[in-house]
Ligand binder design. Structure first.
Ligand SMILES: [Zn+2]
Ligand SMILES: [Zn+2]
Length: 154
């Protein structure tokens, strides 16, 4: 609940720098930094995200790809082209889904909200349910966020 920002005890210079957030995979091999505030935050109900992440739906954070940075060697980071012009990145050691990029959203890099550090993730609020008509029939959503169907994203 505190609004103060204690000096970070991290080793690397620039850790917790203003206007950015860090995240990473479950095993810790992949760590990244993205700029804040994000461009948008949205739940995706498309069938490809559902299967790729093994989840009912996936919450993505849209960020400026130019200002995205990997902050660990990330030997385990792998990319998969899930449809032409669209790639999904994950850690090959622990399987954590991390990033999505597509020529449909040039210049953007999308990161999974769940892979951001929890203290930061808690401050980001999803704005909509995307690909609502593709949602899993076993998902019940109780919020009143807008629901829509942008073009397929792959
Ligand atoms: Zn990992
Ligand atoms: Zn999706």
């Amino acid at each position: 609940m505190s609004q103060q920002s204690p000096a970070p005890a991290g080793s690397g210079a620039g850790r917790a720098e203003a206007g950015s957030a860090e995240g990473g995979c479950l095993c810790g091999a992949v760590r990244y930094r993205v700029p804040l505030p994000p461009l948008w935050v949205a739940h995706c109900h498309c069938s490809m995200c559902r299967r790729a992440q093994g989840a009912g739906y996936v919450t993505w954070v849209g960020t400026d790809g130019e200002r995205f940075a990997l902050i660990s060697p990330a030997d385990t980071l792998r990319q998969y082209e899930s449809s032409p012009g669209a790639t999904r990145s994950f850690c090959s050691r622990c399987g954590t889904p991390l990033f999505f990029e597509s020529k449909r959203w040039p210049g953007e890099l999308h990161v999974t909200l769940a892979s951001l550090d929890p203290a930061v993730a808690a401050t980001l609020h999803p704005q909509m349910h995307a690909y609502w008509s593709s949602r899993a029939p076993w998902i019940e959503v109780g919020d009143d966020l807008p629901r829509g169907d942008p073009p397929d994203h792959g």
